[in-house]
Design a protein around this ligand. Structure first.
Ligand SMILES: Cc1cc2nc3c(=O)[nH]c(=O)nc-3n(C[C@H](O)[C@H](O)[C@H](O)COP(=O)(O)OP(=O)(O)OC[C@H]3O[C@@H](n4cnc5c(N)ncnc54)[C@H](O)[C@@H]3O)c2cc1C
Length: 124
């Protein structure tokens, strides 16, 4: 029989809970779920202005400070998208917010503990 008892439930999937979900992905013995009211992940939709850059280090991603070997780091995202060497050689001073938002979306799509509101469902 499948148990539906959770150790942790989170309301909303913004960077805060996404970080928690990514951290807990390496703790499979915990049953965790995060619930988002939007149908898909979006970080400040409508605010991805052209040329806007992050003001924080890429090491301040969702996981690196506490779990540098996590598969959900920004560097893992670059490798998965075959952008690591390009990124390294370009020596960017800052990451575009659009790219960081894409990183966050990549993590959100990869984690199995996340649940979103179903699109066009009249019951939700
Ligand atoms: C315009 C703007 C630009 C910013 N730029 C940066 C930046 O460049 N760098 C930086 O470090 N910080 C930036 N910030 C700070 C920002 O607060 C954080 O980046 C981050 O978005 C905070 O994450 P969060 O998860 O706490 O909240 P949010 O990003 O607000 O996410 C909350 C999520 O919870 C969902 N939700 C809320 N209530 C419910 C509910 N009852 N049920 C289900 N889902 C729910 C929402 O739909 C949303 O997806 C910026 C903030 C703003 C407003």
């Amino acid at each position: 029989m499948t148990s539906h008892v959770l150790d942790l439930a989170g309301a909303g999937i913004g960077p805060f809970n996404l970080s928690l979900a990514a951290q807990l992905d390496s703790v499979p013995e915990l049953a965790v779920r995060f619930f988002e009211r939007r149908p898909s992940f979006a970080w400040h939709p409508g605010m991805m202005l052209p040329g806007a850059e992050m003001q924080t280090s890429i090491l301040k991603d969702l996981v690196t400070a506490t779990n540098p070997t996590s598969p959900w780091s920004f560097l893992s995202y670059l490798v998965a998208h075959k952008r690591f060497y390009q990124f390294l050689n370009a020596e960017y001073e800052a990451v575009p917010r659009k790219e960081f938002a894409d990183y966050l979306g990549w993590v959100a799509r990869g984690l199995t503990s996340l649940r979103r509101k179903r699109a066009r469902s009249p019951c939700q």
